[in-house]
Design a protein around this ligand. Structure first.
Ligand code: 5AD
Ligand code: SF4
Length: 453
């Protein structure tokens, strides 16, 4: 065990009541996965888990820097922690994740948010015990934004779910899409050794996990610099051979690296869910070029055609950015056009957010915020009508659904089908965490309704 985990465990063991920690992760699944590792280390030290900030002795905010509103939310929340610190001066407050990797955050926190004791960047997860030990023993502000290699990759996580788990297969990103802060805050791409990935999946399958999400900023470029050569398609096939009653998803692949070999593996591996999330970002070739995405709309369509030739009803979802600098009405219409051609099951859409340090941050932008919001409204309206029409293909079919909780409507449980569509069905709590066959009776523009067989 890590020396500093032991040292803190020793200090905590002398306390009468076990102290509590609260770890909150914002943003993407990679962050959630990091947060589970941070919680894993804190639990090893002897911290119990608090349901909220109020009763915690250590609060860690694991932050996201992808869009400005995520950052503002965090600053709002840490502002609100000031009164907790005044009530309990022994409270330790830490900031980590993508925002914490940026020097500007460290400066802002030091000048304005004195209630923060500890900052560690995305590369320094495994340094957290040492830093926390310093805070506990010296009661001083500490921070570490150094770029350690493959930080935290083999730390054991305390997972929030007993049936869904994510497994990082790579860290960082080499793509430098012009709008994106990730390559700056998560560093260069490093793939995890296949042996470690396969062992973790095997372990989760043995523990009865039903769904495993393979994570990476660009999963289909998996395999650079490995000691045992392996590409993403081969990794999927190797995971498919692992025994157990589980399914696999992955997020996110990049269109520029999407090979037929990967798509073939998705179709041929029975454990891989029949759904691909393939971020498009824009349907305009000019915008794609200025985004540095390195594919054209036609190349994107070629991938979709290859998938749909194999299965015309195959589920595809995407990410779209609205209002990239100087996106013209014509550019925006090209996005609407490709949405109609692909017929996505769902889209995750974002208004462009300027990120200091990225190359798009310096691009002139003559499009007003009102125009951007108005485009977003049009985009969502179109997607609702596409989903409404497209989801009808499931009515009368039987889908496999992993139930994960209660619906807001009484008497119904909700889950996701293998196709990544929300499905609701009359059932009780006992189906939570189970994969069931559901006969689909009705479709809406956001979900399906059916009966468990
Ligand atoms: N502004 C808006 N959306 C962004 N994304 C990434 N960076 C930005 C940004 N600066 C979106 C992309 C990506 C998703 C995870 O977040 O669509 O695929
Ligand atoms: Fe950001 Fe592009 Fe890397 Fe995705 S592929 S993390 S959008 S730079």
């Amino acid at each position: 065990m890590n020396l500093y985990i032991e040292r803190i465990a020793d200090i905590l063991s002398k306390r009468d009541d076990p102290p509590l920690c609260y770890v909150h992760s914002f943003g993407c699944q990679q962050n959630v996965s990091d947060g589970e590792k941070i919680l894993g280390m804190l639990c090893k030290m002897g911290y119990g888990v608090s349901a909220d900030e109020e009763s915690a002795d250590v609060i860690i905010y694991n932050t996201c820097a992808v869009r400005e509103n995520a950052e503002q939310r965090v600053y709002g929340l840490i502002g609100g922690l000031k009164h907790l610190k005044e009530k309990n001066p022994d409270l330790i407050i830490g900031l980590c994740g993508c925002m914490a990797q940026e020097e500007k955050t460290v400066e802002k926190v030091r000048s304005t948010y004195k209630q923060i004791d500890l900052i560690f960047g995305t590369h320094a997860i495994q340094e957290m015990p040492r830093l926390l030990y310093e805070v506990i023993t010296k009661r001083k502000f500490v921070y570490d934004t150094n770029e350690y290699k493959a930080s935290g990759s083999e730390i054991e996580a305390v997972r929030s779910s007993s049936f869904k788990a994510s497994v990082p297969i790579m860290y960082g990103c080499d793509n430098f899409c012009s709008y994106c802060i990730v390559p700056y805050v998560r560093g260069r791409e490093v793939s995890r050794e296949p042996k470690a990935v396969l062992e973790e999946v095997r372990h989760l399958a043995e523990k009865g996990y039903k769904e495993i999400m393979l994570l990476g900023q660009n999963v289909n470029s998996y395999g650079k610099n490995l000691s045992e050569p392996m590409n993403f398609a081969q990794l999927l096939r190797r995971i498919n051979e692992i025994k157990g009653d589980f399914k696999v998803r992955f997020m996110s692949p990049h269109p520029k690296d999407m090979t037929k070999e990967v798509i073939d593996a998705v179709f041929e591996c029975d454990k891989v869910c029949k759904h691909i999330h393939l971020p498009l970002q824009s349907g305009s070739d000019d915008v794609l070029k200025r985004m540095n995405r390195r594919y054209t709309s036609e190349q994107y369509m070629d991938i979709v055609s290859y998938i749909r030739e194999k299965d015309p009803g195959f589920s595809v979802t995407t990410d779209i950015i609205v209002g990239f600098p100087d996106e013209s009405e014509e550019d925006f219409k090209a996005t609407l056009d490709i949405m109609e051609r692909v017929r996505f099951d769902n889209i995750y859409s974002f208004i462009y957010s300027r990120r200091t340090g990225t190359s798009a941050a310096d691009m002139p932008d003559g499009i007003s915020d009102e125009e951007k919001s108005e485009r977003m409204t049009r985009l969502l309206k179109l997607q609702r009508s596409i989903s409404e029409e497209h989801y009808k293909r499931f009515v009368g079919k039987t889908l496999e659904v992993l139930f994960d909780g209660e619906s807001k409507k009484p008497g119904l449980m909700t889950g996701k089908s293998d196709e990544f569509v929300i499905v609701e069905a009359p059932a009780d709590e006992s189906v939570k965490g189970q994969r069931k066959k559901v006969k689909i009776i009705k479709s809406y523009n956001w979900a399906l309704y059916g009966e468990i067989l």
